[in-house]
Write a protein that binds this ligand. Sequence first.
Ligand SMILES: Nc1ncnc2c1ncn2[C@@H]1O[C@H](COP(=O)(O)OP(=O)(O)OP(=O)(O)O)[C@@H](O)[C@H]1O
Ligand SMILES: [Mg+2]
Length: 403
Amino acid sequence: MGSESSAKQFAEAGADLSLVGVSKRFPGFTAIDDLTLKVPAGSFFALLGPSGCGKTTTLRLVAGLEEPTEGKILIGEKDVTDTKAYQRPVNTVFQSYALFPHMTIFENVLFGLKRRKIRDADKLATDALALVELAHVAHRKPAQLSGGQQQRVALARAVVNRPALLLLDEPLGALDLKLRRQMQLELKDIQSEVGLTFLHVTHDQEEAMTMADTVAVMNEGRIEQMGAPEELYESPKTVFVATFLGQSNLFVGTVSGSGSEVITVSASGNELRVPVERAVAHRGEVTVGIRPEKVSLHVTKPTLTASQTMIGPGHVTDASFSGVSTQYLVEVPGLGEITVFAQNMSRGDHARLGDEVYLSWDIEHAFGLADAPPPSARFVSDTDTASVAVQEREKLEAELGEF
Ligand SMILES: Nc1ncnc2c1ncn2[C@@H]1O[C@H](COP(=O)(O)OP(=O)(O)OP(=O)(O)O)[C@@H](O)[C@H]1O
Ligand SMILES: [Mg+2]
């Protein structure tokens, strides 16, 4: 990594970013809907959401490439809403890094500095390359580097301008999985070393969780929930967050009792309890959620403590062993298919396909949501392209079998 002094020079540039009530409407379509968020100086903030939810549009608004229909954008304490892109202390790394192929790595990093006639440009470029540990390939051309190295050059080129805010739009999207994981750690290291404010856009939940201090989950132009990765995972507030970030077992029921500490939700004859403070809604219809790794599997009916919930019996419809853990699917009448992750060293029992089992969990891990999963979620559509392809193949095989 770069020298202490160069890392500090970068650090001075970090600034807060605030979006206040920002909306962006294209003709006939609202891409961003009343977005308010604050990214504190020096933090690593991830905007996570599915394709088309408005992530790139948000970055383009911050960069000044797009004008908001409503709302304000502040960098540091300064309102930049009406300023031009080049006047903003912002740099962007896009998914395609767009290095100049005919220039050396060093010239690529130097290019913007030269064009803006910055003094000491050579030293700044050298420092930036040292920061991403690529000083030794400075004389090469981009084609002579690996994808991950090219990505680091793009990063050096973005930080060399000392932006207050670095915007990263799916910057690792072009890399294979292993390189992607490695670059995630490196990017995080570089960010904590230079202290810049990073706004990172991704649709990869694992990427957002491993890198960011704060994750904002975006859906259809709105932020559904924002917080530390653990907080979002342990206490999702909507069905979308509960299913987009990891897996959740969800049961829709009706509140049948409420005390000062727990509410009871009846779902198909099962009494599911949820801590009051972990439930978004406390009356009427409530969706109870439990993560698969929080569920224990039993081959005989367990004796419960007051702090546990049990359901069953059900039947194991699938058991797949993956080394460190086994994933079970258990069909419980009325509740549907429940996913259980059992660590191989865990206290819970092991079961085989078709076995009758009971499931239990600590009440403190359950969460309650005000919205319900879309009705189709439980069934795989038989008209999607994958299953149509399977049906076609089966038809063909049947025909061939007749000869
Ligand atoms: N210039 C435009 N005119 C009309 N609609 C647009 C325009 N730009 C974007 N949109 C729409 O706004 C929505 C958000 O687009 P955006 O590019 O921000 O999505 P995204 O979250 O970055 O998705 P992805 O993960 O696929 O990159 C999309 O439905 C898109 O079609
Ligand atoms: Mg995008």
